[in-house]
Design a binder for this molecule. Structure first.
Ligand SMILES: [Zn+2]
Length: 89
């Protein structure tokens, strides 16, 4: 595996920093509902593949990509995938 493709597989807490840069607050306690399987779980419990420029946030149940956070210099971008809804419990 080439070093530039190396990504760590962690939980949603590891994406908290990148998500903060998008939303300006901590959103890991919000519940994300998967559009693929209907699983509802705090974003902190999602499966995340992360490196310096991207965090791929996957459903912990069916592994579909809920959304991807991309960093391009100062610009942050959130690309929606199978995320159906976000709920503040
Ligand atoms: Zn799912």
């Amino acid at each position: 595996m080439r070093a530039e493709n190396a990504a760590s597989v962690v939980d949603g807490n590891a994406a908290a920093g990148m998500l903060w840069d998008v939303f300006g607050t901590d959103v890991t306690a919000l519940v994300g509902v998967c559009g693929g399987c209907g699983d509802a779980a705090p974003l902190a419990e999602a499966v995340v593949e992360i490196d310096e420029t991207a965090a791929i946030v996957r459903c912990r149940s069916c592994t579909h990509t809920l959304f991807t956070v991309l960093r391009d210099g100062d610009e942050m971008r959130l690309v929606l995938g199978m995320l159906h809804e976000i709920v503040r419990p």
